[in-house]
Design a protein around this ligand. Sequence first.
Ligand SMILES: Nc1ncnc2c1ncn2[C@@H]1O[C@H](COP(=O)(O)OP(=O)(O)OP(=O)(O)O)[C@@H](O)[C@H]1O
Ligand SMILES: [Mg+2]
Length: 249
Amino acid sequence: MSGAALVEAQDVAQRFGDRTIFEHVRFSVLAGEIFVILGGSGCGKSTLMRQMIGLLPPTSGRVMVLGHDMRAPDADVLTRIGVMFQGGALFGNKTLLENVMLPLEMHTGLPREARATLAAVKLGLVGLADAANLQPAEISGGMAKRCAIARALALDPPLLFLDEPAAGLDPITSAGLDKLILDLRAQLGISFVVVSHELTSILTIGDRCIMLDRAARGIIATGNPRELRDKSTDPRVRAFFRRSAPVND
Ligand SMILES: Nc1ncnc2c1ncn2[C@@H]1O[C@H](COP(=O)(O)OP(=O)(O)OP(=O)(O)O)[C@@H](O)[C@H]1O
Ligand SMILES: [Mg+2]
């Protein structure tokens, strides 16, 4: 349903001990959007993603995903979101095909042959049809990211969470991954929440973004990334988009 919020962060905070990582975090992700969470290292991007996918209950507030409260996610919502963790996290002792088959094994009663067929389709979608029988150690970093996306797509989720998909990739491979994300949205109508601090990628794929800041312990900017780059007067936002040293005033 276009226009409906797929994700709603409602006044979310995360503390570890007496340390506040962020608080008062509020945003919505709409159907069809590529929503980017950006900010420097350690500002809490992965932590916020873990809250959104039900791995970490927020210290206060709540995150709703597809109408479910992710403080106590049920199996239904967990099969309707796809996740790519920071670093990809493929199983090294399994082929790419077997990696993509895993969610089907865990969440469906399909026979092995059907699982293999579906997994092969997903590998085809990300351009890895010919690499199905290779193991993670035999492929490049860009291929590993694609395979992790194929695995996240295994159960045909309407919403994908990607943590730093472009990290560690050369600019050309990274651009290929951006194109894949845009193609998946255009062809399958998938919405994305993407954690990133790769400027080119953010400007290429992001419809809207929030910027987290470690010192501010929360969101310091919300909007379209290209507009923020061109129009924000906040020195921290300008520093991020123009990659200059922050202004001290
Ligand atoms: N389980 C935990 N216990 C204590 N501190 C934690 C825990 N998880 C994360 N942190 C701290 O929270 C802060 C934010 O971490 P997080 O991994 O979310 O940052 P990030 O924005 O994803 O950084 P990066 O860009 O380097 O991936 C860090 O200082 C981290 O050490
Ligand atoms: Mg992170």
